[in-house]
Design a binder for this molecule. Structure first.
Ligand SMILES: CN1C(=O)N(C)[C@H]2CS[C@@H](CCCCC(=O)O)[C@H]21
Length: 122
């Protein structure tokens, strides 16, 4: 049974490192996210990550989590699923929405970025 646990350290192609430190018995996810790149001009620091995963099927659980950036006024939400390939390699296939702070509602239209992202274990 290829159980896919979210716990541990993950990295993506942008050089970000995510450390999921705990998933409790009801699927609550706790961790931190350290980005190497930012669209803000502030110094980067580790940011908290909170979310939840489905606990029904432990093989390839779906999940969602929010990163509340500690150094910028933006927020990113991730949603995705954990997969294990036939060699036992785990990946997190995700899509994300990055909401940057708009200076006014007139700028609201250009304040949300979207993307896909693959995480592999460090
Ligand atoms: C590095 N990133 C990464 O690993 N992503 C999956 C994408 C979605 S979150 C964004 C970084 C946002 C940093 C905070 C800010 O620039 O306001 C980018």
């Amino acid at each position: 049974n290829d159980k896919c646990s979210l716990i541990g350290r993950w990295q993506n192609d942008l050089g970000s490192e995510m450390n999921i430190t705990a998933v409790n018995n009801v699927g609550k996810i706790f961790g931190t996210y350290l980005t190497k790149v930012t669209s803000s001009d502030k110094p980067i620091s580790e940011s908290p990550l909170r979310g939840s995963q489905q606990m029904g099927d432990q093989e390839h659980p779906t999940f969602g989590f929010t990163v509340t950036w500690s150094f910028s006024d933006s927020t990113t939400v991730f949603v995705g699923q954990c997969f294990v390939d036939d060699k036992g390699k785990e990946t997190l296939q995700t899509m994300w929405l990055l909401r940057k702070k708009a200076d006014s509602s007139q700028d609201n239209w250009k304040a949300t970025l979207v993307g896909t992202n693959l995480f592999t274990r460090v």
